[in-house]
Design a protein around this ligand. Structure first.
Ligand code: KIV
Length: 271
């Protein structure tokens, strides 16, 4: 596929059709215009403006500090770049926990101020009523179960979730509840592959996995992780498709050397 070929816009209907015909959905995170444009033109099906922006773009140790305003700022930059992928924006910690009304107001702001295609919200049955109201307002919602990073303090870390039968049973029940509440897709993060596969079989909506094995309907990774931009975060579910950290470091070293030796700019590079 040519890098610049225009492709039809991916919608919630495309997601449903892809699950029906067994076509895997590719999703990557992006948080800015330049990266979103590259990823979109390369043909990814969906871009998630994740609250992992707190870690990746702002250097926070958790996703908790990022605000609704900041998510909207990142989200609007991404939607301005994208013509093909379905853009999903995370509802950050503190934007929906207080009440159903707070969740609806936050989702409406995200859609109004970014022109995104959907929002994503973490949690199971406890957020079902909020999801119901948001979808009834005409806003498509992606659920998020398993390791939900906004609950890192309650979990006591980022370990594999739902290893025990009770938590696995709860996750299946939550997935069915979220489907019933109106989610059109669901992210399932860092759970045993067999459990994610079983959920994908039991629900009609696409399950997008991260650290959840291959027998789900799609995969999502943080763009900076799969591009090899960080030397700090390397869980076993991240495959490096490039070593951009090294490429950038080499380019910067070459630039510094050229400036120091006055070989940049050359006569052709000046007016
Ligand atoms: O914020 C994020 O990037 C996410 C993905 C890891 C699924 O929620």
């Amino acid at each position: 596929m040519s890098e610049t070929k225009q492709q039809a816009k991916v919608t919630v209907n495309t997601f449903r059709q892809m699950k029906e015909r067994g076509e895997k959905i590719s999703m990557l995170t992006a948080y800015d215009y330049t990266m979103a444009k590259i990823i979109d033109q390369a043909g990814v099906d969906s871009i998630l403006v994740g609250d992992s922006a707190a870690n990746v773009m702002h250097g926070w140790p958790t996703t908790l500090p990022i605000s609704l305003d900041q998510m909207i700022w990142h989200g609007a930059a991404v939607t301005r770049a994208v013509s093909h992928a379905l853009v999903v924006i995370d509802m950050p910690f503190g934007s929906y926990q207080a009440s159903v009304e707070q969740g609806v107001n936050s989702a409406v702001r995200i859609m109004k101020e970014t022109l995104a295609d959907a929002v994503k919200i973490e949690g199971g049955a406890r957020v079902a009523q909020t999801i119901k109201q948001i979808t009834q307002a005409g806003i498509p919602v992606v659920g998020h179960l398993g390791l939900t990073p906004q609950s890192v303090n309650a979990f006591g870390g980022y370990a594999l979730r739902a290893k025990e039968q009770a938590e696995a049973d709860q996750l299946v029940a939550d997935a069915l509840t979220l489907q019933e509440a109106g989610c059109f897709a669901m992210v399932i993060e860092k759970v045993p592959a067999s459990l994610a596969a079983s959920v994908a079989q039991q629900v009609k909506i696409p399950i997008i996995g991260i650290g959840a094995g291959s027998q789900v309907d799609g995969q999502v990774l943080v763009g900076q992780d799969m591009l090899g931009m960080s030397d700090m975060f390397r869980p076993k579910f991240v495959r490096h498709y490039a070593n951009i950290r090294q490429t950038v470091a080499d380019a910067v070293k070459a630039y510094v050397a050229d400036v120091k030796t006055a070989s940049f700019p050359s006569p052709e590079e000046q007016y």
